[in-house]
Design a binder for this molecule. Structure first.
Ligand SMILES: Cc1cc2nc3c(=O)[nH]c(=O)nc-3n(C[C@H](O)[C@H](O)[C@H](O)COP(=O)(O)OP(=O)(O)OC[C@H]3O[C@@H](n4cnc5c(N)ncnc54)[C@H](O)[C@@H]3O)c2cc1C
Length: 360
């Protein structure tokens, strides 16, 4: 990723007593963090997301089903990031503060025998009571528009931006600056008319996919909480209720979230869900070493799950003349922490006061 960072005019506007209007598109951790810090620095920020809520890939899906006896069952599956860790002192301080606010908790899973991953002694963290809790906390109080996918950025004659969705302007507001905080392929589509060079770089980022199984089954619970199998199609197997803050309904069912490896997911990327689901159910049965009595199962395909590690020269993009920026995990590839660092960096470049802003 080439470096393209210059001094922002927004800081000048703030210093002159004018309130710059900024649209942040994407309310995952990168966008929420950037938006919060810009608001703290004095910008009027509007946050947009195509989903029904914030969180992005820090996601929890709720399910409800009725069994053959007419009993209603509920489940919550953390089907995006299962957990994350903190390496940098800055992110650790943010994590500690969020834990103090009750929206994150340390998770110390009992690992299945043979689980292979080495965490370098780092702690695992999860949102509580669900994964989007962290982004809800960071974005609390910001103007938020959900369920609208921005499909066009229009720069008007006066240099201000309007967001478009489904061939219409999205609201009446014009913005001094726009931030894109989404996976690179999605950002590329919006960037292309304005910064084709950025769009080209974004399109070239080889994001890794992930097929995820969410399943409930009756059978004895194992004496472990999570597994990192050494072989086969699975990367993560998590008993969702084993995470802190998740109440498990007392219906005798285990609720599992199962992430396939990136290579397996790539192989089956274009396969139909009804092809993938039984394969992942079989793989979970193998890990459990028994035949589950399935009560519920569904799969989700993350086309852009994980960004590759990158020695990117810049943690974000900012074009001062256009008032256009981008942030997200793909700048560094360091997962949740990388998303936070990128969102924070972009806010700091756009409005230097944001660099010192407290909290998120
Ligand atoms: C299955 C899985 C496992 C993972 N495991 C780990 C792990 O173990 N450790 C770790 O650190 N990280 C892990 N990650 C990665 C981590 O979740 C991401 O790095 C991080 O959440 C990215 O945050 P972000 O804000 O950059 O992007 P996102 O969270 O993707 O947020 C982007 C947001 O933009 C929105 N959006 C996109 N296009 C538009 C549009 N046109 N208009 C409006 N809104 C739009 C999306 O709805 C989304 O909410 C995992 C991810 C997945 C999916």
């Amino acid at each position: 990723m080439s470096s393209y960072v210059s001094v922002s005019p927004l800081a000048g506007a703030i210093a002159a007593g004018r309130v710059p209007r900024v649209a942040v598109v994407g309310a995952g951790l990168a966008g929420s963090t950037c938006a919060r810090r810009l608001a703290q620095a004095g910008c009027a920020v509007a946050l947009f997301d195509k989903s029904r809520g914030v969180g992005g890939r820090m996601a929890t899906r709720r399910a409800r089903w009725i069994d053959a006896d007419g009993a209603v069952h509920h489940a919550a599956f953390d089907h995006g990031t299962p957990a994350f860790s903190a390496r940098s002192a800055a992110f650790q301080a943010f994590v500690d503060e969020a834990a103090g606010e009750g929206v994150l908790a340390r998770w110390e899973p009992v690992m299945a025998p043979g689980s292979h991953r080495n965490l370098d002694g780092l702690a695992l963290w999860v949102g509580t009571p669900d994964m989007p809790a962290l982004c809800r906390h960071v974005a609390a109080g910001l103007a938020l528009t959900t369920s609208h996918a921005v499909d066009r950025l229009v720069r008007e004659a006066d240099g201000r931006w309007r967001l478009w969705a489904q061939a219409e302007p999205l609201g009446d507001d014009a913005f001094d600056a726009v931030v894109l905080a989404m996976p690179p392929a999605q950002a590329a589509a919006l960037l292309a008319p304005h910064r084709e060079d950025w769009a080209r770089q974004a399109r070239a980022v080889p994001m890794q996919p992930c097929w995820t199984l969410m399943a409930a089954e009756g059978g004895p619970a194992p004496d472990w909480d999570a597994a990192w199998p050494q072989r086969g199609p699975l990367a993560w197997v998590v008993r969702n209720a084993a995470k802190p803050g998740r109440a498990a309904p007392d219906d005798g069912l285990n609720r599992w979230v199962v992430h396939a490896t990136a290579s397996w997911s790539q192989t089956f990327l274009e396969s139909a869900p009804d092809v993938v689901q039984p394969l992942l159910q079989d793989a979970l049965a193998q890990v459990l070493g028994r035949t589950p009595r399935w009560a519920h199962a569904t799969v989700h395909r993350w086309r852009y799950a994980l960004a590759p590690r990158s020695e990117s020269a810049s943690p974000c993009w900012w074009d001062d003349a256009l008032g256009l920026g981008a942030c997200g995990d793909f700048f560094t590839g360091a997962g949740v922490e990388g998303a936070w660092l990128s969102g924070r960096a972009l806010a700091g470049v756009m409005a230097p006061g944001a660099a010192d802003a407290a909290a998120a």
